[in-house]
Design a binder for this molecule. Structure first.
Ligand SMILES: [Zn+2]
Length: 256
């Protein structure tokens, strides 16, 4: 995928393109972080190592260290994750789409290990470090490129772990990756929610269309497409209602 820093560019020791591990069919994302204070994660930590912040060089260096630990410390075949996101807003391809990640657990209890159904994305930060807007935007790009509409989970959904930290966990809970699409203020979101709840009580067709529209926005990623589809569906329903009204009018006319 263009725009991603490839393994050869960040200095990986494994050729991830040569390691086929199929089939796997990612149906969700799982978010990780590095844990601990990371020298690519904040200005203060970067300064201790003589890096500026954010620093692509520092991020690449962290990835090489993680890869080395995963291979030589853990005995894995390579770095555990599919992609990494740097504080600089850089997307790094790790295992990419060529092989599943090493995430354990079965969060949805469907008998399929998470590493066969989730793309593992690691943010290059840890501890209480705060993801930058650039990093969050980079994830939005990755999400929209690879899995618009897919669920985003966190490592702690699968196992008892601090990963991916409180900051990222709260952001995922708030579906930060949808924000640029939804573009609602909190007031607008409340208004929409009340509108939908009101419709539910008054008008089951309207409620169905509204929830359908929200689902479509999530699945299709653009409000315009969702509105089109809801409008088409509404139009066909309106047409049926108009026909019904016309038939009734005709009957009234006959009576008259
Ligand atoms: Zn993790």
């Amino acid at each position: 995928m263009s725009g991603y820093v490839l393994p050869v560019e960040w200095g990986a020791q494994v050729d991830y393109t040569q390691n086929e591990w199929t089939p796997w069919n990612p149906e969700k994302f799982v978010i990780h972080y590095g844990g601990g204070a990371n020298y690519a994660g904040s200005e203060a930590e970067a300064a201790k190592r003589g890096y500026s912040f954010p620093s692509v060089d520092a991020e690449k260096s962290v990835l090489r260290a993680w890869e080395n630990w995963h291979i030589n410390g853990r005995g894995w075949l390579g770095i555990a994750y599919n992609y990494a996101i740097g504080q600089s807003g850089t997307i790094y391809q790790l295992r990419g789409e060529n092989r599943s990640g090493a995430t354990r657990g079965d969060e949805d209890n469907d008998g399929i290990p998470a590493n066969h159904e989730a793309r593992a994305v690691v943010f290059i930060l840890g501890g209480n470090q705060v993801p930058t807007e650039e990093a969050l935007d980079a994830f939005r790009t990755l999400y929209n490129n690879l899995g618009p509409g897919l669920r985003v989970t966190v490592h702690s959904d699968y196992q008892s772990t601090s990963c991916p930290g409180d900051n990222l966990r709260a952001l995922v809970d708030n579906e930060f990756y949808l924000e640029d699409i939804m573009q609602f203020t909190e007031e607008e979101a409340t208004e929409l929610k009340n509108l939908v709840l009101g419709l539910k009580q008054k008008d089951s067709t309207g409620y169905g269309l509204a929830t359908n529209g929200i689902d479509l926005i999530r699945a299709h990623r653009t409000p315009a497409e969702a509105v089109d589809e809801v409008a088409r569906s509404a139009a066909s329903k309106a047409q049926a209602l108009a026909q019904l009204a016309l038939d009734k009018l005709r009957k009234v006319k006959e009576v008259l």
